[in-house]
Ligand binder design. Structure first.
Ligand code: ADP
Ligand code: MG
Length: 254
């Protein structure tokens, strides 16, 4: 579904992503972890077609650069780490922005655009918030609205940049469970970045550890979340313990 080969991104004269290979199968959830500045957000933005890159990215077998912009936007939706929200914007209008790739230039939204938005608002329990200003919502509610906009785009691929880093653990779990449920119901493919390693491991089918713009490990949570790899790349002492459903990473004081 997503296949990147030799992905390279230069920003401000430096190589930020340096030859990344990455595969995400249809319906799979892959999470990229790595220390601050590793290039996680940059990889997501390149895969989403939001940044120039060299190497190749294919979506469903078609090279990204051969997909017309509107077709690409109907295939893949990105939720940025901190989406920019126009001040005073209402929930309904924000989610409707997801329909932009379907609305002709100078045209208006059609009945099917409005129906798609209504369907997503219902699925994400946002109906009662539809007329609220986004800037009056709690963090968890706002995160659901960001997801709603991405889902309204109607694509099969979701790129999520730290979808829960602004949330408390209860709302983290709620949002991640929601994403996982939608993945099953709608057959979505998910490529995410996450900070919390234990939680990342619980939800991902596979993980990719990025450091210095390169993939330094990839595999199951047990293969990637090892004391050695985390010590080497995060410069942290951790214990990895068996949480029953997967590895739990606990930082320990030296
Ligand atoms: P991560 O998401 O893993 O924390 P990012 O992908 O945001 O990392 O950034 C990786 C590196 O690229 C950082 O060192 C950051 O400073 C640098 N970077 C990001 N955007 C730019 C830019 N526009 N110009 C120069 N450097 C950038
Ligand atoms: Mg980032």
């Amino acid at each position: 579904m997503i296949s990147a080969r030799g992905l390279r991104v230069r920003l401000g004269g430096s190589v930020i992503v340096d030859g990344v290979d990455l595969d995400v199968a249809a319906g799979e959830w892959v999470t990229i972890i790595g220390p601050n500045g590793a290039g996680k957000s940059t990889v997501l933005r390149a895969v989403g077609g939001l940044l120039p890159f060299s190497g190749s990215v294919g979506l469903d077998g078609t090279p990204l650069d051969r997909l017309p912009r509107r077709v690409r936007a109907r295939t893949v939706a990105t939720v940025a780490q901190a989406p920019v929200v126009p001040p005073g914007m209402l929930v309904l209008d924000y989610v409707l922005l997801g329909r932009t790739p379907y609305i002709p230039a100078l045209g208006r939204e059609s009945a099917s655009d409005l129906a798609a938005v209504e369907e997503v608002l219902a699925a994400l329990d946002l109906v009662r918030l539809r007329s609220r200003r986004l800037d009056t919502l709690s963090g968890g509610e706002r995160q659901r609205v960001f997801l709603a906009r991405a889902l309204a785009q109607g694509g099969r691929i979701l790129l999520l940049d730290e979808p829960t880093s602004a949330l408390d653990i209860g709302h983290q779990q709620e949002v991640l469970d929601l994403i996982d449920r939608l993945r099953g119901e709608r057959g979505l493919t998910v490529l995410a970045t996450m900070h919390d390693l234990s939680i990342a491991g619980e939800y991902a089918d596979r993980m990719v550890l990025l450091a210095g713009g390169r993939v330094v490990a990839a595999g199951t949570a047990w293969e990637v979340l090892t004391e050695e790899l985390l010590a080497r790349h995060y410069r942290v002492r951790v214990k990895v313990i068996d949480g029953g459903r997967g590895p739990l990473v606990v930082p320990v004081r030296g």
